[in-house]
Each structure stands twice: as C-alpha cells, then as structure tokens.
Write a protein that binds this ligand. Structure first.
Ligand code: DX5
Ligand code: ZN
Length: 227
C-alpha cells in the first residue's frame, strides 16, 4: 500500500455563509480530505451541524468526506451519515459502547472506519480492534472547539502508535486533530502521523495559500509504511 500524507481541512472553522465556496477553494488548492466535525452538545460541550449540511456540500466536490463523530450513541446514526455522503466515519472509543460492533458495521457499509482517542485515553483502548481499523484519530486537543493549542504530550502517543502499527505490520492511517498549524505540523509528521486535520490554520486568512504552505511541509516527509 502507498501510504500518503494527507491534509484534511476542518470545515468547523470555515465561513458557513459561503460554505460551498470555502470547500471549493481548499479542495482546488490540493486538500484531498474534508474533515467534518459533528458535535452533539453532550459528548462535547458544543453543538456544530449534522446531516443536512453534509448532504448540501456533497455535490460540491468528490474529495473524501472524513466525518468525525463527537456524539453519544454513534451507532444510532452511522447509517444516516453514510447516506448523506460520508466516505470515512470516525467514532470515539469513549462514546461507542460496543466498539468492535460499530467498527464492523461501518466497514459493512463499505466505508473507511476510524476510532478517535481523547488526549487522556490510553492507546490500549484500541486493543482488539486495531487490526480492523483504517485509521486512528489521535486527538491533540480535548475535542469540542477549534482554535485550541496542541497538547505536546500527544507527540509521544503518536510515536508509540506508529511504532505499534509497524510492529504489527498494519497499514494504518494516523490522523491528528487539534492545534495543527505550520509550526506543529513537522512534529506530528516526524512522529508518524499522516492525516493532518487543520481548522483555523486553513480557514484564517488566505485559504489557498494556507493549504499550499501546509502541503509543501507535508511533501518533505515520507509517510511510514508497513513492510
Ligand atoms: C475539535 C475538532 C477539530 C477542530 C480543529 O474538537 O475535532 O477538528 O475543528 O480545529 P483547529 O485546527 O483550529 O484546532
Ligand atoms: Zn475533528
């Protein structure tokens, strides 16, 4: 498999009154994923948006819709998110009551599947499901808001997970989310992340320039691959 470094702009930080245009700008500038943060006000303190917004931007682009569910009882909604255009669904280990089952169900729908870990959740929460996953999302801030600062202790967590994936021979994407910008990008890439979410660093100022700058940094790092 050819593992790649991928930039995933988080539309949470976009200007919603021109969302279609925002999507168009960042994808044309070279972003391959769109990171879509769904918050329910229960699992995390804030509420963002849901299915109607995802359905309305789906015709705008054929880039990968990377849906990050920060909600309780995610099993109730995965079919609907698949129906409105998700290509990849990530659920939190802390909110999925039967993690192995939901991972299996998302895969059965023909989607890519990820599991997210909050900063305080240890990597061992992934034991027994890791071989089934396409991606692990290491939260590098506590989920709930954009614009927070990167938690430096997460670098070691990324490194340990990459080491573990390589030892097990797994083709695993490691996504990082929260406080990723031009300065923290190199640190997470070097530690072994290959899918980088960026909200405020992309949707503040000149979007296309921000994307291009970040892609340039990413192109200097070769993504880790299992033998
Ligand atoms: C945080 C969300 C993030 C957020 C990242 O709970 O999961 O995806 O949009 O925003 P920045 O890049 O601004 O930290
Ligand atoms: Zn996110």
């Amino acid at each position: 498999m050819n593992r790649k470094n991928i930039l995933a702009p988080s539309i949470l930080a976009a200007d919603f009154k021109t969302l279609g245009h925002e999507v168009d700008t960042v994808t044309k500038a070279g972003a391959e994923y769109l990171h879509i943060d769904v918050m329910d006000g229960v699992f995390v303190p804030s509420i963002s948006f849901g299915m109607p917004v995802i359905s309305s931007i789906r015709p705008e682009t054929d880039c990968v819709f990377d849906v990050h569910l920060m909600i309780v009882e995610p099993e109730k909604y995965i079919r609907e998110f698949a129906g409105c255009g998700a290509d990849s669904i990530t659920v939190h280990a802390e909110s999925a009551r039967h993690l192995q089952r939901i991972v299996h169900d998302i895969k059965e729908m023909g989607l890519r599947v990820g599991v997210a870990l909050n900063p305080a959740t240890p990597l061992c929460a992934l034991d027994y499901v890791l071989p089934y996953l396409d991606m692990v999302l290491i939260m590098t801030v506590n989920p709930g808001y954009g614009g927070q600062a990167y938690i430096p202790e997460m670098t070691g967590k990324i490194r340990s997970l990459r080491r573990k994936a390589l030892e097990l021979g797994l083709d695993l994407d490691i996504e990082v989310d929260g406080g990723i910008n031009e300065h923290t990008l190199e640190e997470v890439l070097e530690a072994g992340a290959n899918v980088c979410v960026a909200g405020s660093a992309v949707f503040g100022g000149n979007r296309a320039e921000n994307v291009q700058k970040m892609l340039k940094v990413m192109s200097r790092y070769t993504a880790y691959e299992a033998d």
